[in-house]
Design a protein around this ligand. Structure first.
Ligand SMILES: Nc1ncnc2c1ncn2[C@@H]1O[C@H](COP(=O)(O)OP(=O)(O)OP(=O)(O)O)[C@@H](O)[C@H]1O
Ligand SMILES: [Mg+2]
Length: 214
C-alpha cells in the first residue's frame, strides 16, 4: 500500500504554500487519516511550524510525522513516508527548477496556491508546466481571497486561458491563518467553527476528491 502524495508548489514566494500545506495536513489528520509532512524548503518554515506544534501540543498530540529532505532526497523521503501513511503533504521552496522537480514527480496531485491577481496567476505557469511535463495533475488554489466579488471574471478567465483547473474551495485573507500558524496549530484548532476552519475543511475534502493515486 502506498499513500497519496500531495505536493504544494509555486515559484512565487509568499503565495501561501506553507500555510496551505500545514492546514491541509491537520485537516486530513482530523478526518482520521495518518499524515506525513515533508519539508523540501531549506527555509524550513514548515519544520519551524511543526517544532512549535510539538512544543505547544506535545509530541504525541502533534498528530503528524515530520521529515525534511533536499533535492533528489525528496523522492526517497516522500516514497518512504507514503509507505507509512495514508497521505503525505510536501511543502516546497519558491523555485521552479530542479530543486522542486523530485517533489513534483512523486506527487499524485500538485496544489498551486495563488493570490487572486493576474500577475500572481501568470507566475503559476512554470509550476503548472512542470507538473504537466511529469504527467501529474495540478490544481490552482486561490489563497488570500479578499472577497468572492474581487475574484473577477478576469482571474477566472485568465486561468481558463492557461487551461487550468481552479479549486472550488478558496481560502480567504484572514488574520486567523498567521495567528494559528504562529502557535504551531491551524485555524481548525484555534478557531473551530469559524469561516476559515470551514473553508479549510472544504478544501481538504475537495483535494481528496481530486487526488487519484497514480
Ligand atoms: N489565507 C491567508 N490569510 C492571511 N495571511 C496569509 C494567508 N496565507 C498566507 N498568509 C501569510 O502570507 C505569508 C506567506 O505565506 P506562506 O509562508 O504560507 O507562503 P509560502 O508560499 O510558503 O512562502 P515561501 O515562498 O517563502 O515559502 C505568511 O506571513 C502567511 O502567514
Ligand atoms: Mg513556504
Amino acid at each position: 500500500m502506498s499513500g497519496l502524495i500531495i505536493t504544494v508548489a509555486q515559484q512565487k514566494g509568499g503565495s501561501g504554500k506553507t500555510t496551505v500545506a500545514a492546514h491541509l495536513a491537520v485537516a486530513f489528520a482530523r478526518a482520521g487519516k495518518s499524515v506525513g509532512i515533508l519539508d523540501v524548503d531549506p527555509q524550513g518554515s514548515l519544520g519551524e511550524w511543526f517544532e512549535r506544534r510539538e512544543a505547544t501540543l506535545g509530541e504525541d498530540e502533534a498528530g503528524l510525522s515530520f521529515r525534511t529532505a533536499s533535492g533528489w532526497g525528496a523522492r526517497r523521503e516522500a516514497r518512504q513516508l507514503a509507505r507509512e501513511h495514508d497521505i503525505v503533504v510536501v511543502d516546497t521552496p519558491p523555485k521552479s527548477d530542479l530543486e522542486i522537480r523530485p517533489a513534483i514527480e512523486m506527487a499524485d496531485l500538485v496544489l498551486v496556491p495563488v493570490q487572486p491577481t493576474p500577475v500572481d496567476l501568470w507566475a503559476t505557469a512554470p509550476t503548472l508546466a512542470m507538473a504537466a511535463k511529469e504527467g501529474v495533475a495540478s490544481v490552482i488554489v486561490i489563497n488570500r481571497a479578499v472577497s468572492r466579488a474581487l475574484l473577477t471574471g478576469e482571474i477566472i478567465a485568465a486561468a481558463g486561458e492557461l487551461g487550468h483547473a481552479i479549486a472550488e474551495a478558496h481560502l480567504g485573507n484572514r488574520v486567523a491563518y498567521p495567528q494559528s500558524m504562529g502557535e504551531g496549530r491551524t485555524v481548525q484548532e484555534t478557531a473551530p467553527g469559524g469561516l476559515a476552519a470551514e473553508e479549510v475543511a472544504a478544501l481538504a475534502r475537495e483535494v481528496l476528491r481530486r487526488a487519484q493515486p497514480r
